[in-house]
Design a protein around this ligand. Structure first.
Ligand code: E4P
Length: 216
């Protein structure tokens, strides 16, 4: 399973990249706003900076909601850097835009997916990635991991090449569950990725080894 980081923070992206486990980045308008990146020029500059840190796909979201606007914005984003994947929301116009981009070999990430039917449509339109938001489903007492499993079965039935990008990951067990189910990619905040490192027996064992090593 590929590991993407879900942030627009350059320090966090560098830190994850330096761990040697990072395969890509996802951003969204809220994450960009959190970093105080505003205005087209600043936003585009920021995407380029991210692309220069990570050697892998970087999702950049269109802000337009109509087909023409999405196409115009997406083409500009795709021209910024080879790493850019155009992130398009799951709407009727979004599906049309994904088909348009797919026919022109521009990679897409279909975002805000909350049902298997939506994921099926994204695959039919030729999305490179589909992003089911599992944490937001869990937040409303629905079954986020169950949705990832259902999409996995559907895509495997028909060998759809669309990659399942498990998004809205909140904690390390989400990551482990995604890996067990066979998600192709997961995107998580740095905190959840780093939490995978922790185990009390590792800490205890290391402390003992270091103590015993002093007698050598
Ligand atoms: C995915 O691409 C989104 O940026 C993201 O995972 C949303 O996560 P959230 O529900 O924690 O905002």
């Amino acid at each position: 399973m590929k590991f993407f980081i879900d942030t627009a923070n350059l320090d966090e992206i560098r830190e994850a990249n330096n761990m040697g486990i990072l395969d890509g980045v996802t951003t969204n308008p809220s994450l960009m706003a959190k970093e105080n990146i505003f205005g087209k020029l600043e936003v585009n500059k920021h995407y380029k900076q991210i692309c220069n840190i990570v050697n892998g796909p970087v999702s950049a979201e269109v802000l337009a909601t109509d087909f023409k606007g999405m196409v115009a914005e997406g083409e500009l984003l795709a021209d910024l850097h080879d790493n850019i994947v155009v992130k398009v929301p799951m709407t009727g116009d979004g599906i049309k835009a994904i088909r348009y981009f797919s026919d022109r070999k521009i990679r897409t990430n279909c975002t805000l997916v909350f049902s298997a039917g939506q994921a099926l449509l994204a695959a039919k339109a030729g999305a490179s990635y589909v992003s089911p938001f599992l944490g937001r489903l869990d937040d409303i007492s629905a079954d986020g991991i169950g949705l990832i499993a259902q999409i996995r079965r559907i895509y495997s039935n028909y060998e759809f090449p669309t990659k399942i990008l498990a998004a809205s990951v909140r904690h390390p067990m989400h990551i482990v569950d995604c890996a067990e189910i066979g998600a192709d990619v997961m995107t998580a905040p740095l905190k959840a990725i780093k939490q995978l490192l922790n185990h009390p027996l590792t800490d205890k064992g290391l402390e003992q080894f270091l103590k015993d090593a002093k007698q050598l």
